[in-house]
Design a binder for this molecule. Sequence first.
Ligand code: PAF
Length: 273
Amino acid sequence: MQKIAQGLKRRNKTIGFVPTMGALHEGHLSLIRQANKENDIIVVSIFVNPIQFGPREDFSCYPRPLKEDRALCLKQKVDLLFYPTANQMYKMGFKTYVEVKDLSNVLCGVKRKGHFRGVATVVCKLFNIVQPDSAYFGQKDAQQAIIIQRMVKDLNIPIRIRLMPTVRQRNGLALSSRNLYLDKQERQDALCLSEALKRAKNLIKSGERNCQIIIKKLRELIESKKTARLEYVSIVDLENLKPMKKIKDKCLIALAVCIGKTRLIDNMVVKPD
Ligand code: PAF
C-alpha cells in the first residue's frame, strides 16, 4: 500500500482516505462520496483494530462482512481497499504508541481506558502507509475527530482532516455499525440519544444556559427508557473537551448510553445564538 501511495504521489495524484473498521453503512458511504469529489484516488481501509478495544469489549464479535463491504466500495468507485491483518499491522515486538494527552481520558475515555491511544496509534500508522492528502471522519465520533485533529497538528502530519456530518435514520438514530446488535425494543429505546440531543437544543433555544439543569433533564429522559443505561452526558468546550458550567459559546453536547448490551454514542455541536 505504501509503495502504491508513493507511486501515486510521484504522478501528482491526490489521495483521499476513509479509514474504517468495516460493516460499512450510509455514514461511511457519505465520507467516500465526499472524498471522491475532492481527490483523484480514493483509498478505504477496513481494519478492526484490536488495540482500541478493551478486554471486555466487542472485538471478537464486531461485524466483519468483508464481501458486502467490498461490493459497496466497488459501487462507490473506491480505487483501493486496504485490509491488513492484525499481524501485519502489529508485528512482533511492536512498542510504539501515540497518546494525545488530556483529550483521551475524558468523555468516552473515562470508561474506555486506552481506547483513544489505540485509535491515535492506528490512524497515525494508516496515515503513514496510505499517505493521503485528505482524510475523512464522521462527526458522530466527535471526540475521536478532535483527538485526530490535535495529533495531526502536534506531530506536523501534512494531512487535511475533513469532518463530515452525522448521517441519521429518518427517526433520528445516528448510523453506527453497532446498531446491528439491537433488537426491536432496543431500536426503539435507542432513539433516546437523538431525542435527548433535540431536547437540549430546544432548552438552549428557549434561553436555558445552565449546563447542570440541561444535563438533569437529559438524564431523566434517558433513564425513562426500559433498556437504556446512561454512561455519561456532558456539555464541553469544543477545543479542550473541558466541562462547561454555563453555555456562552459553541459547545459539544456528547453522550454515551448502553442500550441493552450495546453501547451507543451521539453528539451535537450547539451555538447558543
Ligand atoms: O472510527 C473508526 O471506525 C475507527 O475508530 C478508526 C478511525 C477506523 C480507527 O480504527
